[in-house]
Design a protein around this ligand. Sequence first.
Ligand SMILES: NC(=O)C1=CN([C@@H]2O[C@H](COP(=O)(O)OP(=O)(O)OC[C@H]3O[C@@H](n4cnc5c(N)ncnc54)[C@H](O)[C@@H]3O)[C@@H](O)[C@H]2O)C=CC1
Ligand SMILES: Nc1nc(O)c(N)c(N[C@@H]2O[C@H](COP(=O)(O)O)[C@@H](O)[C@H]2O)n1
Length: 269
Amino acid sequence: MMTTRDALRFPTSQSDQIDPYLPPSTSNPSKPFVTLTFATSLDSQLSLAPGVQTALSGPESKAMTHYLRSKHDTILIGVGTAVADDPSLNCRIEGVGGYGGQGLAGQPRPVVVDPKGRWDFHAESKVMRLAREGKGKAPWLITGSSIKEEEQKLLESVGGKVLELPCSSTSSIPWSAILDALTKEGASSVMIEGGGVVINDLLSSENFRLIDSVIVTIAPTWLGKGGVQVCPKERIEDGRRIPVGRLKGVKWVPLGEDVVLCGHPKLEQ
Ligand SMILES: NC(=O)C1=CN([C@@H]2O[C@H](COP(=O)(O)OP(=O)(O)OC[C@H]3O[C@@H](n4cnc5c(N)ncnc54)[C@H](O)[C@@H]3O)[C@@H](O)[C@H]2O)C=CC1
Ligand SMILES: Nc1nc(O)c(N)c(N[C@@H]2O[C@H](COP(=O)(O)O)[C@@H](O)[C@H]2O)n1
């Protein structure tokens, strides 16, 4: 088990370069600041295969991800990632709550989007255990239908809750509705980590404008065909393919063997 001594460090010389892409100190009351962040291979893949957790970030960029976690109120993933990774979704930077700091200061609230109750969590799921141990916040579960009574009780016993939202016949919940729900719960920022379905959906033309910052770790490796790919759907207008968009205000930050790309989305006209 990780102790406070093993906590991660992210030096100021590096955080200074990332800070311009982080949520501002004054928040927008009508929409959380959205940071889309993930690690990708050179062939634009998040993992070797669907459901297979794949370590792409090196130690320096991993510390950067944990620094980002300390700067957001919430951290959101899709249920595919929850099932595949059994993630911790806490912040393990030295000085935050549970890692040398007081209470849960600096810990983000995990949010899992699970419209059909696919996530079979239990008391020993990492997020639940860390919440019990005071090393992370308990998750909020965004769902389209009521969940099993015993799961709801377990979630609430560690301080989590269920947010039930209307979803379409294909079990899709509009991202604007998800962000509204987070605003109502008092969240002024959300760091969206993945996985493939979530990222491709947010990067589509329909949702692109909801993103404020993109911070991508690029690892010097090719995973090969068959992985979970980041490749959002383009727009077709009058039979013409319109690219989704690009980043402006771009900065490339080398961190160890990886490079971290930061920017603000700009929709193509
Ligand atoms: N390299 C990286 O930074 C990351 C890698 N991953 C990897 O990605 C893979 C998982 O990705 P995916 O299978 O694509 O799953 P995912 O994590 O994107 O979850 C997809 C599921 O979430 C729900 N969902 C997402 N958006 C929704 C919406 N708007 N409304 C309603 N439901 C919604 C749906 O049930 C959907 O099937 C795993 O292998 C994981 O290890 C995940 C996160 C980050
Ligand atoms: N930044 C980053 N680099 C990688 O190489 C990754 N595989 C991921 N995955 C994301 O991080 C979650 C795991 O977090 P914990 O260490 O368990 O807290 C995983 O669920 C993905 O969201 N990220």
